[in-house]
Design a protein around this ligand. Sequence first.
Ligand SMILES: *Cc1c(COP(=O)(O)O)cnc(C)c1O
Length: 231
Amino acid sequence: MLAGDKMEQLQQRISIVQNRISSAAQKSGRNMQDISLVAVSKTVDIPIVAQVYNLGIQDFGENRVQEMTRKISSLPQARWHFIGRLQTNKVKDVVGRAFLIHSVDRWPLAQEIHKRGQSLGITVPILLQVNIAEEKSKTGLQVDEVGSFLASIGELSCLRIRGLMTIAPLSSEPEASRPIFRELAALNKTLTKKALTNVELKYLSMGMSQDYEVAVEEGANIVRIGSALFI
Ligand SMILES: *Cc1c(COP(=O)(O)O)cnc(C)c1O
């Protein structure tokens, strides 16, 4: 059990984040219920995750396979999102366990996820990570690659493309992320108009502790929040 003051602090932080999401949603004419808060638990251990789950948060994000696997076995009832760079040889530990893989960024990875889905006899929901900011250090498809990637994905019959994800450059100024999020939302809108096999772009995963309100204003329906909750 966690000490009472720690629990109270977590509850407070959750409420603050939820209230801010709610206000930002209203600004963009949407409802809090349409937006999923993924608590990025990579910096904390299982007792804290369990507490946050008990406080009503059901979605958690992890960026390392081993760490996610460990946490899933302690808290299988939560929905686990894989949000980090995924190595092809670790795909087998993620497919069938993760609720959603946010970070598919290259064809060989997509092929491997499909193969694993096929051998388990399941379809695998994924998001494509797009490097909108064109940061050299970041992974993700280039904007002009996404269309052809999606057009070919029908071949990989076990994949279900459910949307797009991006990470904005680190900044202390939330407004700096706005053009990035706006561009991802616009790309999503353009691609939604094409009827593509196994593609239904309903999720926009964008916004972290630094910029989630701006992301929600620009149309995010999944925000990935770590430090605002846990640090
Ligand atoms: C760590 C991480 C987050 C959460 O970042 P915070 O700034 O702590 O909110 C979100 N998305 C990805 C991909 C991450 O690796």
